[in-house]
Design a binder for this molecule. Sequence first.
Ligand code: NAP
Length: 255
Amino acid sequence: MENSKIGRRFQDKVAIITASTQGIGFSIAQRLGLEGASVVISSRRQRNVDEAVKKLTEQGIEVMGLVCHVSNAQQRKNLIDQTIQKYGKIDVVVSNAAANPSVDAILRTKETALDKLWEINVKTSILLLQDASPHLTKGSSIVFISSITAFEPPSGLAMYGVTKTALLGLTKALATELAPNTRVNCVAPGFVPTHFAEYITSNPIMRKALEDKTPLKRLGTTEDMAAATAFLASDEASYITGETIVVAGGAPSRL
Ligand code: NAP
């Protein structure tokens, strides 16, 4: 979207977005930043953090970048501590990190892969919010990034899909737990051609099959996901909590 058409819904707000140096997380940081937020971005590699900070700064966005592997307790704590030291509060947390270490059928997935899926995709989201919760402002907002695969986990992405289903439940449970001060919602993206989905979307036959079976006849963009996330995180969604918006071009999405 042209920058001139973007509003200022996040003026004076502070937003933490995990796993945000590229792909969907980066676009979310960019969107919230262009709408006035001070954004705190992070990922595992310093070089990626530095590059992303540079790109956002060049667009006039107030940004702090830190290394934070979401599995590292010290780095998670540092992410929150540094945010509070620099900006004094947290208005928005977007929990975006995920891994898909196995394409095996669920009953053939190794225990180490099962542990990693649970840890990165679900557990660390909870642990980060445990650290963040004392600093969440009244009217704050959390958004989890789930997936269309949460609704009907496809083979090859089955256990990954199940962890994404867990985020739908986590959204409901935390919405109740954190009400009325903090809203908790979720975005479930369809397929987006990022590094994460490259093994599917860079295969022309698989990509065409995905486009053909999507009613809107295209894959998603990172900006599509950022727009939905920004809506849920903003005061425009101030009477919405515990909900998931599916952003998947009309792909079936029923549990
Ligand atoms: P992506 O383009 O591959 O970007 C992943 C980002 O996460 C990078 O900045 C990466 O940087 C960082 N990262 C990876 N592992 C991390 C970890 N353990 N801790 C901290 N940062 C980490 O991925 P994406 O497609 O945008 O995916 C983002 C989210 O969207 C995920 O939750 C994914 O499940 C969800 N999603 C994606 C699709 C899709 O089709 N792309 C569809 C549905 C849902 P470093 O390498 O520097 O860590």
